[in-house]
Ligand binder design. Structure first.
Ligand code: OAD
Length: 247
């Protein structure tokens, strides 16, 4: 109870938003699989696997140092800001699950956030497993702030590794009234499987993407367009009650 106004969180829709590289594309952060995307110029095996890192750590550290610097100079766009506005209105009923390793959601104001593929702005110590915040380069093998060993790598989940926060994410997906997928091609699991899980537990599913993706199951609703156009419009609808979910 605040100032005589009772906010009943139970009556508000529970929304899980899954985001991918497409939401940051208009901030100038390249996607992976679009033309000109990161996987066109780099082999996944070389820069996004533990084996690639073992073969050539310097090249891998340089790749992520460059991405960290580029992300630091990018700015959140209208789509990131719209999701922060949704959270301000609905509180913890909104969870943003991002596959992105940039920090544009948090810089836009999102707080309830799961970085399932890790974060460019953290390092991971392969000696003591600490995950310090990290803004500089890793190529010069700086010492770990916790154990002092020079065994830091980017805290980014590579192929063959387990994503972060899976229990928290799956619980939220199962409980969701609405599941929204934004700017992701649906090519990488487990993220790509969440739409099927959400649908199986009764959520309404919505896709907001430049073009409909090859999703594991069809979305109930699919809107095509640029994230900076269609995400703010969708948030406006939800907050005006025009898109009230039903289970
Ligand atoms: P992808 O590059 O696979 O897909 C990006 C999606 O965004 C595509 O479906 C595009 O159509 C869409 N898109 C591009 N520009 C857009 C815009 N302006 N507005 C809206 N949509 C737009 O990127 P992800 O699906 O995020 O994982 O890739 C998933 C994972 O694959 C990444 O997290 C990364 C990568 O390998 C790891 O590195 C573990």
């Amino acid at each position: 109870m605040t100032d005589g106004v009772h906010i009943d969180r139970q009556a508000l829709p529970r929304i899980v938003v899954l985001t991918g590289a497409g939401i940051s594309a208009e901030s100038g952060v390249p996607t992976f699989r679009d033309s000109g995307g990161l996987w066109e110029g780099h082999r996944v095996e070389d820069v996004a696997t533990p084996e690639g890192f073992a073969r050539d750590p310097g090249a891998v550290l340089r790749f992520y140092d460059a991405r960290r610097r580029a992300a630091a100079s990018a700015l959140p766009n209208a789509a990131h800001r719209a999701l922060a506005r949704l959270e301000r209105a609905l509180g913890d009923n909104v969870l943003v699950v991002t596959q992105n390793v940039d920090d544009l959601h948090e810089r836009a104001g999102t707080r309830n956030l799961a970085h399932m593929h890790g974060e460019l702005r953290r390092a991971l110590c392969t000696n003591c497993a600490s995950r310090p915040e990290w803004d500089g380069d890793l190529e010069g093998l700086p010492p770990c702030p916790s154990c002092g060993e020079r065994m830091l790598r980017p805290d980014v989940v590579w192929f063959g590794e387990l994503p972060y926060d899976l229990d928290r994410i799956e619980n939220a997906v199962v409980d969701a009234d609405v599941f929204v997928s934004i700017g992701t091609s649906g090519a990488v699991y487990p993220a790509a499987g969440y739409v099927a899980l959400a649908a199986a537990y009764g959520a309404r599913t919505v896709e907001l993407n430049l073009e409909p993706s090859d999703a594991a199951v069809p979305f109930d609703q699919s809107r095509a367009g640029r994230a900076t156009d269609i995400v703010p419009a969708w948030v406006d609808e939800v907050l005006s009650g025009g898109s009230r979910p039903s289970r």
